[in-house]
Ligand binder design. Structure first.
Ligand code: MSP
Length: 703
């Protein structure tokens, strides 16, 4: 049976989604829609990776259980995928996979059991018990070798992760190992015999040289006493599985591996093998470890592993919450249409390479390629059909006796010129698409837009309309333009489903362009006499200055960060996590903000204070209760959500900045009469209290 299976990585349930996550989903969604359009039964998986120490820690920090933490993040993902039209209801993913599902536990356990029985190509046990000694990065969920970490400055401190810049965990414990070192030859022969297995080629070369340089056995379990939030190792509950072993396996458990019910519902036999889309940072897991596990378990390998690049900011810097250059999905969604966003990311990033994302670039492209390009072609064509042809698709034929006159006025009377161009462009477009070269495919599609624009400006329909003898010639030119639009609507369906359908309906066509196989398009099938629909701008022009101003106003202020806010969220009861509010990404410091007047600033009464005492509060692991002298008769009582970062004793005597005119409020039964100002940085929003290096009296005002 003709089926197709495409996957995104499953996203860590420790933090909220951002542009990088959205991007892979858009790519997978585009591929899935293109396959469906060709009548191929397609299964599209996305989801969340919910186990492991990192989730456990994020949950603890937020005062939730790990499952509550996962539910919280999933609720946000579901909201995001719905808003961006990527969920099942909008024709997007077929499953939002969660590794906490029972069927997943069963499937992973089945894979483990198979591995535990397996022999490597060199005749050894594929899994064995040993002792692991080394460094582990919780954020990467990866063991780090010496060349993969930064040595500590002070002896005795742990090394730090080169990617996350966070301290590594020392692991020294009993562990099950997967004998990866016995799979180098088998893997190399896969890469060699299947040059398309890892794509693009540059990544394939990297993977091959990594394998050639020698593989080490992989620790695939942790003691339950160290990491309890995971899938138990079958027949040995003292161990939980390594989170990547559990996570990678989701690709097969989702469709029925190791679970009869899922097999009935979806079908492992039916859909496997998958095309895996991943970011280049997690390629090793997908192109080395995963195929090795599957080889050991005697399960067919994936169809391919395709790695895309990273989104950088417009200056080419990595996006990070600390730099404040991340793209917030709710801001994106508020100011741009889904189709414009899809078009931009697919057009802008050369698949496989890093791309740059900036709001200004997005507006420029939306205005030039969409509003002035395709949008203008469609509105001018349809408006002219309305005006000159009674809002019905005219005939595409120029009668014999009118040919000469038509030629004389600059019309190319040979219909096959434009039809031939478009057919060739369609074939190229589909080829690029098949190779996942979306940017090139779109360039090709836009060559069709330019060709049609040229045809119109050469023929000048507005002049033809002045001569009754040219009526049919005018009709033929507009027919060709309309037929071109029909083709574009079909070709662009997977990229911009909403706009393509709007175009389809405006052409007066029934059904959906999603149902037309682009390779079966035939020139001239647009029926003469079809009444066109209401003509509306498919891509309204974006006012750049106004939109940028609004975006800047929408982004959260950077820099100084009030810790009371942390205290409120951090100290909130750990029951029922609410889905995050609009704008509640976990990034706190965000780029350039909107400007305020000096009077606005003057409303905030910032004062110098001195901490007289500080203590922890029972059952509120984030809050410190402080008495602060701000030069008033009585010291103020202030609560701050900094207990995880500051020892209370060390704060005593310290000069701080407080917001003195903030309405007092109760937190955990204690009144807080102001708040302490702190910077916030890093993934976890670590607070750093603002202080003074020079002597300054208590109560002095900051202005
Ligand atoms: N949970 C693992 C994947 C397990 S798959 C069996 C994981 N999760 S993640 O949430 O950290 O990242 C998911 C994906 O987001 C990765 O493919 C990563 O490359 C991608 N991106 C994260 N930041 C990105 C950009 N700035 N740009 C593009 N993609 C990026 O890894």
């Amino acid at each position: 049976m003709n089926t197709f299976y495409v996957t995104t990585p499953i996203y860590y349930a420790n933090s909220l989604p951002h542009l990088g996550h959205l991007y892979t989903m858009i790519v997978a969604d585009t591929i899935a829609r293109a396959k469906r359009q060709r009548g191929i039964e397609t299964y599209f998986l996305t989801g969340t990776d919910e186990h492991g120490i990192n989730i456990e820690r994020a949950a603890e920090k937020a005062g939730r259980t790990p499952k509550e933490q996962a539910d919280y993040v999933v609720s946000y993902y579901k909201k995001m995928t719905s808003e961006f039209g990527l969920d099942t209801a909008h024709g997007g993913y077929d499953i939002f996979m969660r590794t906490t599902e029972r069927f997943h536990y069963q499937g992973v356990s089945e894979l483990w059991r198979r591995l535990a029985r397996a022999r490597t190509p060199r005749g050894n046990d594929a899994i064995y018990k040993g002792h692991y000694e080394g460094w582990f990065c919780a954020a990467c969920a990866e063991y780090k070798t010496e060349d993969e970490y930064q040595k500590p400055k002070n002896e005795g401190d742990p090394p730090t992760c080169l990617i996350h810049d966070t301290p590594l965990d020392r692991v020294s414990e009993e562990s099950y190992f997967f004998r990866l070192s016995d799979y180098d030859e088998a893997l190399l022969s896969v890469y060699e015999s299947r040059p398309d297995f890892v794509r693009p080629e540059s990544r394939r070369n990297e993977v091959m040289s990594f394998v050639r340089s020698g593989l080490q056995d992989l620790s695939v379990s942790r003691l339950t006493t160290s990491v309890s939030w995971g899938v138990p190792v079958p027949d040995d509950p003292a161990h939980t599985m390594y989170v990547w072993f559990d996570a990678l396996t989701n690709y097969i458990t989702a469709i029925g591996f190791g679970n009869e019910e899922r097999e009935q519902k979806v079908g492992f036999e039916k859909f496997w093998p998958a095309l895996h889309l991943v970011g280049k940072d997690i390629l090793r897991f997908h192109a080395v470890y995963w195929p090795a596990f599957l080889l050991a378990a005697d399960v067919e390998l994936p169809r391919a592993v395709v790695a895309h690049g990273m989104w950088l900011d417009p200056n080419g810097r990595k996006m990070s919450k600390t730099l404040g250059n991340t793209i917030e999905l709710d801001v994106l969604q508020k100011h741009f249409s889904i189709d414009a966003i899809r078009y931009f990311v697919l057009r802008e990033m050369v698949f496989g390479q890093d791309g740059r994302f900036g709001y200004e670039g997005l507006i420029d492209r939306a205005n030039s390629d969409l509003a002035s390009g395709l949008g203008n072609l469609s509105s001018r064509t349809l408006t002219m059909i309305g005006k000159y042809c009674g809002a019905k698709i005219p005939s595409g034929v120029i009668p014999e006796d009118k040919l000469l006159l038509a030629k004389r006025t600059g019309v190319d009377t040979d219909e096959t010129t434009v039809a031939g161009f478009i057919e060739t462009a369609r074939d190229q477009y589909l080829l690029h698409f098949e190779n996942l070269a979306f940017s090139r495919a779109l360039e090709t599609a836009w060559s069709i837009v330019s060709r049609a624009d040229k045809m119109i400006s050469d023929a000048k329909p507005w002049d033809l309309a002045k001569d009754e003898n040219q009526k049919q010639t005018l009709g033929a030119v507009l027919y060709r333009a309309a037929e071109t639009l029909r083709w574009l609507s079909v070709l662009l369906h997977p990229i911009m489903p909403g706009a393509s359908q709007a175009l389809w309906s405006q052409l007066g066509l029934e059904g959906s362009s999603a149902q037309i196989n682009p390779s079966e398009l035939k020139w001239g099938e647009l029926k003469e006499g079809t009444a066109i629909g209401d003509v509306q701008a498919i891509f309204p022009r974006i006012d750049k200055a106004k939109t940028m101003e609004e975006i800047n106003a929408d982004q959260k202020p950077s820099g100084a960060h009030a810790t009371e806010a942390d205290a409120v969220t951090g100290g909130a009861p750990a029951t029922k996590p609410e889905p995050p509010m609009k704008h509640a990404t976990e990034a706190d410091a965000v780029g350039v903000t909107s400007f305020i007047e000096i009077d606005d600033f003057a409303k905030v009464d910032l004062r110098v204070g001195q901490v007289l005492s500080a203590e922890r509060i029972p059952k509120a692991d984030k809050l410190l209760l402080m008495k602060v002298d701000v030069g008033e008769e009585q010291p103020r009582q202030i609560l701050a959500g900094i207990a995880q970062y500051y020892e209370p004793e060390k704060l005593v005597g310290r000069k701080v900045v407080i917001v003195a005119n903030l309405k007092s409020r109760k937190l955990r039964g204690y009144e807080s009469q102001g708040m302490v100002v702190a910077a916030s940085y890093g993934e976890e929003g670590r607070p750093v209290i603002a202080t003074f290096t020079e002597d300054v009296p208590n109560g002095a005002r900051l202005k």
